[in-house]
Write a new protein. Sequence first.
Length: 106
Amino acid sequence: MTLTAFIVFTLAAIGTYLIRISGIVLLGGDRDLPPRVRKALSLVAPAAMAAIVANSLFLDAGEWRAFGAWHLAAIVAVAVALWKRSMGWTLSLGALSFAALLLAGL
């Protein structure tokens, strides 16, 4: 059973790597991407981050999450993002406020 799980994880890792490298191989070199493609690709990372945050913020094991530390930390993160315009500051202070709120018992 353990060997089967190892094989599945290894194959998944190889598949993920091949998918990631395919973009470099197909689009690498001296090719210039059309502006619309470049714009769409620049929005992939923020869209993925927003999906992860929204899922964590509103759902807990498939059930709606009650208002608490998650939401307050998200408000802090949004405020820092609007103020600093820096992903590093936003993530750092959002995580720090979430940890502080959890330690405070919220």
